[in-house]
Write a protein that binds this ligand. Structure first.
Ligand code: HEM
Length: 421
């Protein structure tokens, strides 16, 4: 399967003039050079990113802020997105993925027949919204769920939530003012109690209040909380939802890989393929989800072949990048754009670059498939600005595999889709 041709003819840096769209950009396809503006020194994001998000978040979100403000707020959200915290929330997230798996089962055909054609991306988008909602919104209010998968009012409430700013703001205003600021302050989660991203971030209300009072958060605190909730939904939904679709397409095209996944699930979760059994097991022992190396390989290989996001950074005046070829590339006035799809399929860094080979992720050093070039797998970017939602995305993707791979056959059907459209 070829999605991008092998760009081995491209030099490490390609200068592009995209004015007036985004200004001048340099496509950087050399991992050594990419590490210089992401890890060695994390350069700020280009203005165009902040301009794009400003109408939604007024510049108060962590995706577009820089410096100390970014550092403070990123460290407030990091604990909520940690693998440990998300593992504690796994039963809630399993609940959402089970709804997704059940809905797929409902549209499946009987026996060996396929059911009617449907757009998978709508369902994965709804799932992803609900998962982000479960991980971020308050645990205090048990009913504080987005319910995009099950609430069919106005067609598809999830999509309208995303694209209708007014509705979006209503939800978050309610979350922020009605619930967080009143109820949450009165009852801090006790030791051992589950905490969402928001639960953990609002612990800092008192730190920000000028009078040190825990009762009155600053208006700026509330605004930043709301802005970041919006950005989590925005940055996390499309990326994860499309990755699920690509993953299912790749498994359809590679039945031997699907068989290996099924065998792995049988051996870790028991030979009974009924999703209810896996749900039971994972709810009791969530750590089992971290013992599925081949499934993780499928996810990483999907993200290698179909990366969905990349970073663009603004260098200071007089900046140079030095590639692995030791050439110094002048970067004045050019946005530094990580050329993720090219790097992740480049034959210089990857053996058999265009092939879907999940086993490269379980290969050990010395194996010809072993991924040997540092910083050449970058779907979540690199350095301190790396994706905060990576662990959540992994969890959702693995749960989707566990609850669907053994019981469903998914087949793309473009001509049938054309016929119903
Ligand atoms: C497969 C799924 C995902 C992919 C491929 C992905 C990819 C990325 C990439 C490449 C960046 C870096 C952007 C940059 O530096 O300009 C990023 C940043 C970010 N992502 Fe994700 N993402 C995914 C899922 C999520 C999820 C589930 C969430 C939240 C619920 C999320 C929230 C964010 C945020 C807030 C940032 C900005 C972090 C910062 O600047 O400190 N992402 N993501």
């Amino acid at each position: 399967m070829t999605y991008f041709p092998d760009h081995d003819y491209l030099p490490p840096v390609v200068y592009l003039d995209l004015w007036p769209l985004t200004g001048s950009l340099a496509m950087v396809r050399d991992p050594v050079a990419v590490s210089q503006f992401t890890i060695v020194r994390s350069e700020p994001k280009v203005d165009v990113v902040a301009k794009f998000f400003h109408p939604m978040t007024l510049g108060l979100d962590i995706l577009t802020t820089e410096g100390q403000t970014w550092k403070t707020w990123r460290s407030r959200f990091n604990p909520g997105f940690s693998q440990r915290n998300l593992t504690a929330l796994m039963p809630e997230i399993i609940e959402e993925v089970s709804i997704f798996a059940n809905r797929l089962k409902q549209v499946a055909g009987k026996g060996n027949d396929f059911g009617p054609v449907f757009p998978l991306m709508n369902m994965t988008t709804n799932l992803t919204f609900d998962v982000i909602g479960r991980a971020t919104l308050l645990i205090l209010q048990r009913d504080m769920r987005l319910r995009s998968q099950t609430d069919q009012s106005d067609g598809n409430s999830l999509k309208s939530t995303l694209f209708d700013q007014i509705r979006l703001m209503e939800i978050f205003e309610n979350v922020a003012q009605g619930i967080i600021l009143q109820k949450r302050l009165q009852s801090n989660p006790g030791a051992g109690q589950k905490t969402t991203v928001l639960d953990l971030a609002i612990k800092h209300i008192d730190t920000d209040a000028p009078d040190g009072s825990q009762k009155k958060p600053t208006p700026e605190f509330v605004d930043r909380l709301v802005a970041n909730l919006k950005v989590f939904l925005f940055a996390g939904h499309d990326t994860t939802a499309a990755t699920i679709c690509f993953m299912m397409k790749l498994l359809q095209d590679h039945p031997a890989c699907l068989e290996r996944i099924r065998a792995e699930h049988d051996s870790v979760l028991g030979a009974e393929p009924d999703p209810a059994r896996a749900v039971q097991l994972l709810t009791a022992s969530p750590h089992l989800l971290h013992s599925l190396p081949y499934s993780l390989g499928v996810i990483k290989e999907t993200l290698r072949l179909y990366p969905l996001a990349a970073t663009v950074r603004q260098p200071p005046p007089g900046y140079y990048l030095t590639g692995a070829d030791s050439v110094k590339y002048p970067m004045d006035r050019f946005g530094l754009w990580t050329s993720t799809p090219v790097i992740q399929r480049h034959p210089q860094y990857w053996p058999r670059p265009s092939e879907f080979l999940p086993e490269r992720w379980t290969a050990t050093e010395g194996d010809p498939l072993y991924p040997a070039t540092p910083n050449s797998w970058i779907p979540f970017s690199l350095g301190p600005r790396t994706c905060i939602g990576m662990e959540l995305a992994y969890m959702e993707l693995k749960l989707v595999l566990v609850l669907t791979a053994r019981t469903l056959e998914i087949q793309e059907a473009w001509s049938e889709w054309d016929a119903v459209k």
